[in-house]
Design a protein around this ligand. Structure first.
Ligand SMILES: Nc1nc2c(ncn2[C@@H]2O[C@H](COP(=O)(O)OP(=O)(O)OP(=O)(O)O)[C@@H](O)[C@H]2O)c(=O)[nH]1
Ligand SMILES: [Mg+2]
Length: 227
C-alpha cells in the first residue's frame, strides 16, 4: 500500500503562469479560511508544506503539488469570498479561478471544501453550478469537523449530497481525521486502484517546540457551531 507524497511543483499568480503539464489535476477550492492549505498539509502528513493562517486570504496564488507515487497534481486555489480584499483583487482572483476551471483540460474534478459549521453558502452554490455547467465533477469535502457535533455533520452531509450529487468526505485537518478516506476518494476518482491506509491522527514530521515566551497570537473570528 503506497504512502502518498506531496511536493510543491510550481506556483502561478497570473493566467500566463498557469502550469502547462498534461498530468491530471484535482483542484482544491473553497471560501477563504475554509482550510484548503491545512488540508494539503494533513494529506501530506506535514506541517509546513502549504502556508496556513488564521487570517483569511493567505493563499493568493495557485499552488501545484505533485502527488507521488502517482503522477497527478493537487492544486491549492486561492480562497474566494474574502471580505476584506478590495474589489480589484477579488476581480483578479475571480478571473484567475474562472479561467483556470474553464481552460485547464487536465482538470479532472473540483474538490470543494466547505466548513462543517455552516449551511451551504451562496458563493459555494454558485461555484457548484458553474462547475456543473462546465461538466466538471465535484468531490465535496467537509472541513473542521472537530468543531462540530454529529447532528450538524449529518445535516451538512445530506445538504451537500443533494447539491453535489455525491456524499461529502468528512475531515478534520486539525485532528488529522478522514485523510485516508479523502485520499481514497481522490484515487478512486482518478481511476487508480491503489488505496491508502493512514490511521487517524497520524503525523509524519515532528511537532515544532514552542518557544517558552512566544506571544499568543489573536485568532480571527470563527463561526460557532449551532447544533
Ligand atoms: N479547528 C480546526 N481548524 C482548522 C482546520 N483546518 C484549518 N483550520 C484553521 O483554519 C484557519 C485557516 O486555515 P487555512 O488552511 O489557511 O485556510 P485556507 O482555506 O487555505 O485559507 P486561504 O488561503 O485564506 O484561502 C487556520 O487558522 C487553521 O488552523 C481544522 O480541521 N480544524
Ligand atoms: Mg490557503
Amino acid at each position: 500500500m503506497p504512502t502518498p507524497r506531496l511536493e510543491l511543483e510550481t506556483t502561478a499568480y497570473t493566467l500566463d503562469q498557469l502550469m502547462q503539464n498534461d498530468a491530471p489535476q484535482l483542484a482544491l477550492a473553497g471560501r477563504s479560511n475554509v482550510g484548503k492549505s491545512s488540508l494539503v498539509n494533513a494529506l501530506a502528513q506535514r506541517r509546513k508544506l502549504a502556508k496556513v493562517s488564521a487570517t483569511p486570504g493567505k493563499t493568493r496564488s495557485i499552488n501545484y503539488y505533485r502527488v507521488s507515487p502517482w503522477n497527478f497534481f493537487l492544486v491549492d486555489l486561492p480562497g474566494y469570498g474574502y471580505a476584506r480584499a478590495n474589489h480589484a483583487e477579488r476581480e483578479k482572483w475571480g478571473r484567475l479561478l474562472e479561467r483556470y476551471l474553464k481552460e485547464c483540460t487536465s482538470l479532472k474534478a473540483l474538490v470543494l471544501l466547505v466548513d462543517s459549521r455552516l449551511p451551504p453558502q451562496t458563493l459555494d452554490i454558485n461555484l457548484v453550478e458553474y462547475a456543473q455547467g462546465l461538466g466538471l465533477p465535484i468531490i465535496p469535502v467537509l472541513t473542521k469537523s472537530d468543531k462540530c457535533r454529529q447532528r450538524e455533520l449529518n445535516a451538512r452531509i445530506s445538504e451537500w449530497t443533494g447539491l453535489a450529487h455525491k456524499r461529502p468526505v468528512v475531515t478534520s485537518a486539525a485532528k488529522r481525521r478522514g485523510m485516508a478516506n479523502l485520499w481514497n476518494a481522490l484515487l478512486e476518482h482518478m481511476g487508480i486502484a491503489d488505496r491508502v491506509s493512514l490511521a487517524d491522527g497520524e503525523v509524519a514530521d515532528r511537532p515544532r517546540t514552542p518557544k517558552p515566551d512566544a506571544p499568543v497570537r489573536k485568532q480571527a473570528q470563527e463561526p460557532s457551531c449551532r447544533a
